[in-house]
Design a protein around this ligand. Structure first.
Ligand code: AMP
Length: 568
């Protein structure tokens, strides 16, 4: 365990008095001062990688090709058009959009102008979208045509939106829509003048806003700054993190409407990588076709997306020609999936952990020098962990009394983090002060080994407490997922008169495959301590997924609240 103590290196607040004293007594470095602004990423890409391609599958149905030069030109035009329509610093501009070049233009046009890009998850219920647009006080809402029905439903209800912009050209504008102040994206681009000097301002200015998933209560906003985003970008691109370069072709399946697609829209500009956007086509076939046609070398997404892709590839006996690695996170990547990618498809899996409150990357699993000596199976076991912190983030695990838990790879505790891109409060002060002595409590339960590899064992609210001892539901789910007939598995606590709670396994089978309750229970033999073995298995047609593709265990707990275990 490191020798520092919590709070030992807290920086003091920078007051005008301290600044003045610092100037008097300390020699300052004579280096240029340039604020860390998102627009600098775009300017760099335009100047140094102008010809690099950006390919997008559009909702209009075709494949669109552009370059970083055109991206920068169109972002300037959009910034001009928005300014002409009254855009001011710190206005919140909403988007309901897939991954595509127009969404990328807005990432730069809006934040680059000093306004705040509020990406809204279109999979949320319209009531929640109304809540988010009102809470953020959005003034303009951009939307892909797919989401026209949502916009028609919310337009009469939202309080602050003055204009709605359909992200399409004049030929595809919806006819006869009742949406008030409906504008056309390509008309705005055409009317915006091509010259625009990206304004220079304080790097701590807010740049974008993303709300937490909010499984209980209303979602809360994480308001990122230019500085936090730039530092996240620099660290995320490093070899032990996403490992991105100008030689890469990156396909982010992870949506730009949730935590900035894990920072890839910024990282790609910084390194000059080719970008491929899948639009709405997230099924296995659409993704595989795009990987092969565009020479994708790296992708990123949540486990549920990769499940669809692997099933498609298995069924059609396909492989990858150019794919080298895939980043998997958002929820625990089952070891069986890591093994399939590594052994069958020769694609390296990079397991990552993060949160909306971290914009989002916190840890990434990459090997240290000594791990190169490990056998393939030992390496696979390591990859099932969520990995080491990126520089810029620190973490610790704490016991219920607040004391730090040793990094022995055995003991679990509540995971807390702090760093350059961790929130220090929610937007508009929701939820009061979330920090505990300067650290952000993640709500995850984890263990950390002596090499600093963190492994999530549970969400604190998903932990199963049997006879006073914790049972890690993620471990039990991973074992079930290794069974060839299991498509998805969730492990939840069921009431037990003696042990208080016992694990109940909820399973969705793969189409055309069969497995019985007893076979699955037997599957745990030798894989886990006997008292961890689930007491029962129930089979369901589907497991509810939230708007970001995570299993909604709270819904399952509700559904099986009165479930009577055979051992009870
Ligand atoms: P969100 O803010 O919606 O992105 O959700 C963040 C939460 O997702 C984390 O606090 C974890 O509970 C979970 N999560 C993210 N990545 C992983 C991972 N690789 N393994 C396990 N849980 C994860």
């Amino acid at each position: 365990m490191p020798s520092w103590r919590p709070g030992a290196c807290h920086s003091l607040p920078v007051t005008p008095e301290r600044k003045a004293r610092h100037k008097e007594k300390t020699m300052l470095g004579s280096m240029m001062q340039m604020p860390l602004l998102i627009s600098s990423l775009l300017m760099h890409a335009e100047r140094h990688h102008p010809e690099q391609e950006i390919v997008s599958r559009r909702v209009e149905g075709d494949l669109h090709r552009t370059t970083y030069r055109e991206l920068a030109g169109r972002a300037r035009r959009m910034a001009n058009a928005l300014t002409a329509h009254g855009l001011k610093m710190s206005d919140r501009i909403g988007t309901l959009a897939w991954n595509g070049y127009r969404h990328l233009e807005l990432y730069y046009a809006v934040s680059g102008s000093g306004a705040v890009l509020h990406t809204i998850n279109p999979r949320l219920h319209p009531d929640q979208i109304v809540y988010l647009a009102d809470h953020a006080e959005n003034t303009i809402l951009f939307f892909d045509l797919t989401f026209l029905p949502i916009v028609e439903a919310i337009a009469p209800r939202v309080k602050t939106i003055k204009a709605f912009v359909a992200m399409t050209d004049a030929a595809h504008m919806p006819a006869g829509s009742a949406i008030p102040n409906l504008l056309c994206y390509e008309d705005l681009i055409a009317e915006g003048a091509p010259e625009f000097d990206w304004p220079q301002f304080d790097e701590n200015t807010a740049s974008s806003l993303c709300y937490t998933s909010g499984t209980t209560g209303n979602p809360k906003g994480a308001l990122y700054s230019h500085r936090s985003t730039l530092l996240h970008t620099l660290s995320a691109a490093l070899p032990d993190a996403l490992n991105c370069s100008a030689g890469d072709c990156i396909l982010p399946v992870v949506p730009m409407f949730h935590v900035n697609a894990w920072g890839i829209p910024y990282v790609a500009c910084m390194v000059g990588a080719k970008l491929v956007f899948p639009g709405a086509g997230l099924d296995g076939k659409s993704l595989h076709d795009l990987f092969e046609a565009e020479g994708v070398t790296m992708a990123a997404g949540v486990p549920t997306v990769w499940q669809g892709l692997l099933a498609h590839m298995q069924a059609n006996n396909l492989g990858f020609s150019t794919m080298r690695r895939t980043v998997i996170g958002g929820s625990a990547c089952p070891p069986a999936m890591i093994e399939a990618f590594e052994k069958t498809y020769k694609v390296h899996v990079v397991h990552a952990w993060g949160m909306t409150e971290l914009s989002p990357l916190g840890t990434i699993c990459s090997f240290k020098f000594k791990h190169k000596e490990l056998s393939v199976d030992q390496q696979l076991a390591l990859q099932a962990r969520q990995g080491r912190v990126l520089f810029g983030i620190d973490m610790k695990i704490v016991a219920p009394d607040g004391g730090e838990v040793a990094w022995d790879g055995l003991q679990t505790g509540d995971l807390q983090v702090r760093g350059h891109w961790v929130i220090d409060g929610y937007f508009k002060g929701e939820g009061n002060n979330p920090l505990v002595r300067g650290w952000f409590p993640t709500g995850d339960v984890a263990k950390i080994d002596a090499d600093g590899y963190m492994q999530i064992t549970d969400r604190s609210k998903d932990v199963i407490k049997s006879g006073g001892e914790w049972i890690g539901s993620i471990d039990l789910e991973n074992i079930a997922m290794a069974h060839p007939a299991v498509a998805m598995a969730a492990c939840i606590a069921a009431r037990h008169p003696k042990w208080d709670e016992r694990p109940l396994l909820v399973v969705m089978k793969k189409p055309g495959m069969d497995v019985t309750r007893d076979e699955l229970i037997k599957f745990y033999e030798g894989r886990v301590a006997r008292w961890w073995t689930p007491d029962d298995v129930v089979f369901v047609d589907s497991i509810p997924l939230g708007a970001t593709g995570k299993m909604q265990k709270n819904k399952l707990r509700e559904q099986f609240r009165d479930y009577k275990l055979p051992t009870a």
